[in-house]
Design a binder for this molecule. Sequence first.
Ligand code: FAD
Length: 478
Amino acid sequence: MERGIVMIENNRYLQRLNDGRNIWLDGDIIKNVGEHPAFKGTVHTIQSLLDLQTKTGSKSLLTYKTEEGLDANLSFFVPRTHEDLEKKRLAYQHWADQTFGVMSRLSEYSRSIITGWFANRSEYEDAHPGFSEKIESYYYQSRNLDLLSTVAGHDPQKDRSKTLVEKKPGILHISRKNREGIYVRGAKMIATAAPYVDEILIFSYHKRGENEREFANVFFVPVNAKGLHIVCRESFADGREEDHPLSARFDEMDAVLIFDDVFIPWERVLVQEDPEFAWKLRCDAPSSLLSQHQTVVRLVSKLESVAAIGNELAETAGATQFLHVKEKLAELIIQLETIKALLLASENKAKMHNGIMLPDQDFLTTARNLGTRFYPRALEIIQQIGAGGLLQVPSSLKELEGPIGPLLKEYYQGTETSAEDRTRLIKLSWDLLGSPLASRHELYERFYSGDPVRTYAAQYTNYKKRQNLVDYAYEILK
Ligand SMILES: Cc1cc2nc3c(=O)[nH]c(=O)nc-3n(C[C@H](O)[C@H](O)[C@H](O)COP(=O)(O)OP(=O)(O)OC[C@H]3O[C@@H](n4cnc5c(N)ncnc54)[C@H](O)[C@@H]3O)c2cc1C
């Protein structure tokens, strides 16, 4: 298996995608993912990201040498020092900046979870025999073959007023077992990027009770497993790249996974009908902090793009002279600098845990919770700054060269900006704000890390109030 990152020719990644996976779109199984209009642009983007790992200049930023001398992606690197965390941040940032923070499931998130469990495996050795060997073997395989992965941890909504047991047929459970492994049945949502990856980590985001043992399973499934159906939402990809610069290249796709008695060999089953262990892994500090660290780096990249677009929209309309426009642009900058500061503070206050250097939980959680409110607000600001100008564009850039091109070029200019540049900028803004992809992104930032009502409440519950607040209140009274 010794491979490490090697130059992946275009057809190798495409072959990986055409491995018999059941990707359902518009009622059909997609035969050639890399050539299908709904997936083509994103496949191309992922291929170019993979290429960066072998290119001079970016290779040293994105990869490290393993103990066996292989090149591996830095998301698999176990940090032991503050400098290691910084190195990981710079790698995530370089990768995220390639898609301006728009693509969020480029595997670093799931890889960080796997890396955390691997690095902390000794913690579970005594109570859970077999776990250590399984995660070790999976980690090396995933790292050395540079496998792409994503995660799915939620049960389909169906009826939130019912218990899991009442909803059993739909909730993922083991339908039978034998000496080789388990068969699983039911569904999971949402698996962002499922059509583009090699493997999916299946777990439970929420705690399972003792009477819900059958739903407490954690395992890895290859996307082409027999009986696994990847049911895509409508595609938001738009092949007209000039007019839809984000939708044409960065539609990650979201899917529901339906398991129709899918076989999972024992070596890929980390937890089997064990609520306590499933929850221990879900709360495992290294996996959750290393993965949260990556999500906050990606958020910085996205907020930076939004602030840049907002600023350019205002400048090219001569609107930066207005006090309230300045105030709103400052809000975008404040959002960006707040999240950046929290990210750096989390590294600065990092602590060793079982020999692993982990960023600070409070700073990362604050950044993630703020992100759920910052992003929708950032889009609102772009709307307020752009106003009707966001529609002052021809339907296609080509029209600037058409019969009324000279008139459009005169009327569609901005301040010291050609009609072509201003039109491109507005089309980019619309793709960020008003396109189907844009709506999906607003929903994503609100919910990807869980229901914000409950993630805020959890921050309150977990915060060391006695240590940080209560004593202080009495200090004031003294
Ligand atoms: C674009 C997008 C991409 C995503 N990608 C992924 C992914 O790749 N992998 C993954 O695992 N997940 C992913 N998610 C899923 C995401 O984590 C969940 O959507 C999120 O945790 C909320 O869960 P839910 O959608 O089931 O909503 P629910 O939990 O059903 O919530 C719906 C509403 O009911 C309320 N509610 C429901 N139950 C309770 C309760 N017990 N207490 C209080 N209020 C309650 C909520 O506050 C909310 O208002 C993605 C989500 C989105 C939108």
